[in-house]
Design a protein around this ligand. Structure first.
Ligand SMILES: C[S@@+](CC[C@H](N)C(=O)[O-])C[C@H]1O[C@@H](n2cnc3c(N)ncnc32)[C@H](O)[C@@H]1O
Length: 211
């Protein structure tokens, strides 16, 4: 069971979407992740929204001209995504065992604390499977909290070193790290949130059968 599932009960799709709609209605920017990714790679690139939830990031990137695919395990979240954007392919799958049939992407985005919310002990497998879906030179972009203030209540902290180890084992190299989706500088040990950009430099390290 994913940590998200344990915390949310897999019934939170409509609530999650309503929370972001309410934020947007107050004028708050809710598409920082999509804007960050769009600044890294020009449309029409192929984008995998991994742990897409209600499709917040993929739907915005599709509006910007990217060819998007979303994957999530929580059907209540995916139902919202499917209703909002029926033209985008949405898959109900576990990132830790993901196999999109040889499909590969220019950019994989893992936004909204997904890294911290996968099932315990599955982060290395999850990152391996994400790397397996990246073309060489493609980007893995993640954002997750490093302290209780930046994580959902009750979510254990995933140290950045653990994430970096999983990325290195999957043949990914760190290109950049920020403390916000606006690109603010990151100071290790001080900032409570990390936005990381890794690139796939090694062909076939993650899973040669998928390249
Ligand atoms: C806080 S939501 C973020 C949703 C979306 N990325 C966003 O930023 O709005 C975390 C999502 O990660 C998904 N998730 C966690 N572990 C997963 C896994 N192993 N496979 C697929 N999805 C997973 C959950 O189902 C949930 O929808």
């Amino acid at each position: 069971m994913t940590r998200w599932s344990a915390l949310s009960g897999d019934t939170s799709g409509p609530d999650y979407a309503a929370r972001f709609a309410a934020l947007a209605a107050t004028g708050k920017a809710v598409h920082g992740e999509a804007a960050f990714c769009a600044a890294l790679m020009r449309a029409p690139a192929r984008v995998l929204d991994a742990g897409c939830g209600t499709g917040r990031v993929a739907i915005r990137m599709a509006e910007l001209g990217y060819e998007c695919v979303g994957v999530d395990l929580d059907t209540s979240m995916l139902s919202v995504a499917r209703a909002e954007a029926p033209a985008i392919p949405w898959f109900n799958a576990d990132l830790a065992t993901l196999d999109l049939d040889g499909d590969s992407f220019d950019l994989v985005v893992v936004a909204g604390n997904v890294v911290a919310l996968v099932a315990p002990a599955t982060l290395p497998a999850t990152v391996l499977r994400l790397a397996a879906h990246l073309r060489v030179g493609g980007l893995l972009v993640s954002g997750f909290g490093l302290d209780a203030e930046h994580l959902p209540a009750g979510c254990p902290i995933t140290p950045l070193s653990e994430y970096d180890r999983a990325c290195a084992a999957a043949g990914l190299t760190l290109l950049a790290r920020h403390s916000t989706w606006d690109g603010a500088d990151f100071t290790d040990g001080q900032d409570g949130y990390a936005v990381s950009v890794h690139t796939a430099t090694v062909a076939g390290r993650a899973d040669p059968s998928l390249r």
